[in-house]
Design a protein around this ligand. Structure first.
Ligand code: ADE
Length: 225
């Protein structure tokens, strides 16, 4: 059983996407366990404080060390973690190759940033990997954590029944996916390419390869370098 623990000040933000579709199926099959933790449960004092003002001055609030260390150490006392990831816009940009590698790990913690960020000592001492999902700023790491969790789950063997299907995803062979069609063969005069209707396996594979290459050249030449 794989396990992903996600720590956040807004855990409910992630409930719906993690309770539907393929991620839900992975959980139902007992292949993945995803546990959401509310950092406020580890907050300080009567008001369960998790953040504070920035040393040296400046706008915004920063997540304090104590709640994060307490929460992560509690989890580490229960099991060993292979990776403790911090979601942040200044992390290394996520891609399919990283998703493949993370899908091989058994236990992962994902810490979501919020406000102005988290105390640097957390990043220096306990975080093993910092991930960004792209060059734009989200209001918090939650949506990014969901993206990472989803991309991992679909790669774990047994989650997608037709394993072929995850292997033919865009990026999995370094190329974007070729076009797909379904019935009817003609819609408003628009035709499905003949090659796909003839059932000639080798020709279809060749066509898909050509199309994937063409689309990748047009849209993402950087992937071919
Ligand atoms: N938190 C805010 N923006 C983010 C991003 N682009 N990726 C990961 N975490 C984030």
């Amino acid at each position: 059983m794989h396990r992903i623990d996600i720590i956040s000040v807004q855990p409910r933000l992630m409930e719906s996407p993690l309770n539907h579709s393929i991620v839900q199926r992975a959980k139902d099959k007992g292949i993945v366990e995803i546990v959401l933790h509310d950092l406020k449960d580890y907050g300080l004092g009567k008001y369960k404080q998790v953040d504070d003002t920035v040393y040296g001055g400046g706008a915004g609030m920063v997540i304090r060390c104590e709640p994060v260390f307490d929460c992560i150490e509690k989890l580490q006392n229960e099991r060993t973690y292979d990776e403790i990831i911090y979601m942040c816009p200044d992390g290394v940009v996520y891609n399919q190759s990283e998703a493949n590698q993370l899908s091989l790990k058994k236990n992962i913690i994902i810490l979501c940033g919020h406000y102005k960020g988290i105390d640097q000592r957390i990043r220096d001492e306990i975080i093993t990997k910092e991930i960004s999902i792209g060059d734009y700023v989200l209001s918090g790491g939650e949506l990014a954590a969901v993206v990472v969790a989803d991309s991992i789950c679909r790669l774990i063997p047994g989650v997608i029944s037709d394993e072929e299907s995850a292997l033919t995803d865009s990026f999995q062979d370094g190329l974007l996916a070729p076009p797909v069609y379904t019935r009817p063969a003609e819609y408003r005069g628009l035709q499905v390419p003949d090659v796909l209707k003839n059932g000639h396996f080798a020709k279809i594979a060749e066509w898909r390869e050509e199309q994937a290459l063409k689309i990748t050249q047009e849209r993402r030449p950087d992937l071919l370098e």
